[in-house]
Design a protein around this ligand. Structure first.
Ligand SMILES: *Cc1c(COP(=O)(O)O)cnc(C)c1O
Length: 737
């Protein structure tokens, strides 16, 4: 602490801090460290906002001279030093969970393959939940000290941005990302040149370079085809997330699976496990087999050995979610590769077919992944059941229950999702707590978890059930302060929505004009719905009972309002019709002013919404929501789930910690299901949600509602984290028993 009272820092100390800040900006650790974010925000508040919370870009905006001058402010320099110190401590920490429980992966990491990773809004290379899960998996692996290296593609235009035309039709537009302004670094060889590898695709050799994204202690490599050696159409292979037609798709997947393994080998990795996060990466099975055949092994032996190295997670029971390629396309894209494997077309096609001899059957990536891995899992209990049923055809001799697909329910990375006001709430809570209860700090008092370490950091305990158990104790947190926190979060969302709607409003005609500063009511029960507009998620379901919903919205004593967001897949016109319908209602119907649609759903919008809404609505057509994760992000903010008992909520709901739509069954007929769910949704809303939210005591406090929030925090939050999830992956699947 010798610098504590020093007014000035030496030139070399300042240089050290500048180097440190640049290192920090290029490690996504800052995405789950509030103090880091505040430093970059303070450097340029306007830049932070305009550059969409991107520290690398902010550092490019601030001159080196300004930075040196600003660091002469002792208070600011102190904060920078503290953050850099915490960052170094994090990176150096040897006493991690994995050091004790899974040290073998330090030298031979898990290679985690995913077509998308969602870490933060400043690196928009994810399309949705799959990518966000991969990002949260990586963050937790880093926190736990688990050896993990990720593989994905660098999409130069990322995922599309959503605009809306005058007739409320989704319009996709793309912006070229500038690698220089992103939190990633080129992968270079000893000569300082880009490391370049190649994959044989169709008749061409396709070359790629790579970018490294630092995620705490973990690293992700993004493959990038934009190389001068390639013809233009191959340079564009990595332009967009799931871009183009099935030809682009199969080529992207060859790059991901085959190219990913080659890059890892070139960089000297020998992973102990190859984890395929969804079937997109399944071609890695073929590359691993090829390597073994190059050592002289037969195809059968090579495949058997490969299988022992791979595990596979399936993420959806929706048919369209499983890539299938025609025999012709496979022949075209993989013929050269096939000859390297020295197998026949029938053998190759057989690996992706349920019935290998059926020449008409397309090649399915999920089938390849299942045939090429030692174990497979679904992402919730019910999804496990559905997946075993779905793939029983691959194991015709086994009864459904014996089909070797298990499950690990998804989670979220808590600290990556927790909004600033909630963090400050806990920070303050524990600083006062410690002053008030010095006696608790006595060592050996195992019940007071915050007292275990002399320098307690609440953040290090935030993933433990004991931390959240405290929420059930009104002496620890009063109803009043919890309600105040809820108000703060709701207002933040509403003001965010007003700002966004104002920008969107540029496309609205005079007639649709709404006074944006009066849009939405900060006192009203706010219901949120945001996710991909896949039709099975049934975004407009709640408006089926339109007259009744208008009635609820117009109730002056107990008003209800809705915030919607979400993107439809560029080729999904049905999904776009849902968007059109909802925006139309928000502009022209009696719901105007009480229903808003926020354009361009992404991680930032998601964070605002799961934080600020009172209720998180989820009404998929059961059992198609394999898990769902956005509802898990809601928990730590005191936003309650109102959901069909599908995916994770079927396990998470216990009758006291949120709301259920319907029961643990669903009718066969889709029409019947839609009708029933719509009825049950309305019923839950009017009989449980609204009465509970508006049941206030003399002080104006909704005690019952807050009780439910407490239950949700105690039961849901610590259970549905990627900390728990990654530990399960290690123990059930990564480690061989
Ligand atoms: C969390 C998240 C998702 C996934 O949400 P679901 O509930 O699984 O639909 C999708 N997109 C973004 C931007 C997210 O943050």
């Amino acid at each position: 602490m010798k610098n504590m009272n020093k007014a000035n820092f030496t030139g070399s100390e300042i240089t050290e801090m500048i180097v440190g800040l640049n290192r920090l900006a290029r490690n996504l650790w800052w995405t789950w460290n509030q103090e880091s974010q505040e430093i970059f925000q303070d450097l340029s508040p306007r830049g932070w906002q305009n550059l969409y919370h991107n520290p690398v870009a902010v550092l490019h905006e601030v001159s080196e001279y300004e930075l040196r001058v600003r660091l002469q402010d002792p208070e600011f320099a102190r904060r920078v030093k503290d953050v850099l110190h915490a960052f170094d401590e994090y990176l150096r920490d040897k006493e991690t969970w994995a050091a004790k429980n899974a040290p073998e992966f330090a030298a031979n990491p898990i290679a985690y393959f995913s077509a998308e990773f969602g870490f933060h809004e400043s690196l928009p290379i994810a399309a949705g939940g799959l990518g966000v899960l991969a990002g949260d998996h990586t963050k937790a692996a880093s926190d736990l000290g688990l050896g993990l290296v990720g593989i994905s593609l660098f999409y130069r235009e990322g995922y599309f941005m959503q605009g809306v035309t005058a007739d409320n039709w989704q319009q996709e537009y793309y912006r070229l990302l500038n690698p220089r302004n992103l939190p990633m670094e080129p992968v270079l060889n000893a000569q300082g040149e880009p490391v370049v590898c190649s994959v044989r695709v169709a008749m061409s050799q396709v070359y790629f370079q790579a970018w490294r994204v630092n995620v705490g202690r973990a690293m992700i490599y993004l493959l990038d085809c934009d190389r001068p050696e390639n013809e233009q159409h191959f340079r564009d292979l990595t332009l967009r997330v799931y871009g183009g037609d099935s030809t682009t798709r199969i080529m992207q997947e060859m790059l991901l699976g085959v190219g990913g393994v080659r890059l890892l080998r070139t960089l000297g990795y020998s992973p102990s496990v190859f984890h395929m996060n969804e079937g997109h990466a399944a071609f890695l099975v073929l590359e691993l087999a090829r390597e073994k055949m190059a050592e002289g092994k037969t195809f059968a032996l090579a495949l058997e050995e490969t299988k022992q190295e791979c595990i596979f997670t399936t993420h959806t029971p929706v048919e369209a979610g499983h890539d299938r390629f025609s025999p012709e396309l496979m022949e075209y894209a993989a013929q050269k590769f096939k000859s390297q494997l020295k197998i026949t077309t029938e053998q190759l096609m057989g690996l992706g077919r349920v019935h290998p001899e059926n020449a008409g059957e397309p090649f399915c990536m999920t089938v390849l992944a299942l045939k090429g891995s030692r174990s497979a899992n679904a992402v919730s209990e019910l999804h496990g059941d559905v997946s075993r049923q779905m793939w029983n055809c691959l194991f015709p001799d086994l009864p459904k229950e014996k089909v070797p697909i298990g499950h690990i329910t998804n989670g979220v990375h808590l600290m990556g999702w927790m909004k600033g006001p909630v963090r400050r709430f806990w920070r303050r809570k524990f600083s006062t707590m410690r002053m008030e209860t010095p006696a608790n700090q006595a060592m050996g008092d195992t019940t007071s978890f915050w007292a275990r370490k002399p320098t307690f950091s609440w953040e290090s305990e935030v993933n433990s059930p004991a931390f959240w158990q405290r929420m059930t104790d009104p002496a620890f947190i009063s109803d009043e302060e919890l309600w105040a926190l809820r108000y703060k979060l709701r207002r933040e969302l509403i003001e965010f929505a007003r700002r966004r709607l104002l920008i969107q409003g540029q496309r609205v005609t005079e007639r649709d004009y709404i006074t944006f500063d009066h849009l939405l009511n900060p006192d009203a029960l706010t219901i949120g719905f945001a996710r991909r507009f896949a039709t099975y998620k049934r975004a407009p379901l709640i408006f089926q009972q339109f007259e009744s919903i208008v009635h609820l919205v117009k109730d002056r004593q107990r008003p209800v309002q809705f915030v919607f967001a979400g993107k439809a897949h560029p080729r999904d016109d049905e999904g776009k019709k849902f968007i059109q319908h909802i925006i139309h209602l928000s502009k022209y119907s009696e719901l105007q002013g009480n229903l808003v649609f926020i354009e361009n759903y992404d991680i930032h919008v998601a964070r605002q919404m799961v934080g600020g809404c009172d209720v998180w609505l989820n009404n998929p057509r059961r059992p198609l929501e394999a898990s769902g994760t956005s509802g898990m992000k809601a928990g730590s903010h005191g936003c309650l789930n109102l959901s069909i008992l599908d995916g994770w909520w079927r396990e998470g709901y216990d009758g006291t910690n949120g709301f259920a739509i319907g029961g643990d069954t669903h009718p066969e007929s889709i029409e019947e299901q839609d009708r029933l769910d719509s009825e049950n949704l309305y019923k839950a809303l009017t009989e449980e949600v609204i009465p509970s939210f508006y049941n206030r005591d003399a002080m104006g406090i909704p005690r019952q509602w807050l009780q439910r929030i407490r239950r949700a925090m105690a039961t849901v939050v610590p259970q549905y984290t990627t900390w728990r999830m990654v530990q399960e992956y290690v123990q059930k699947y990564y480690q061989v028993h």
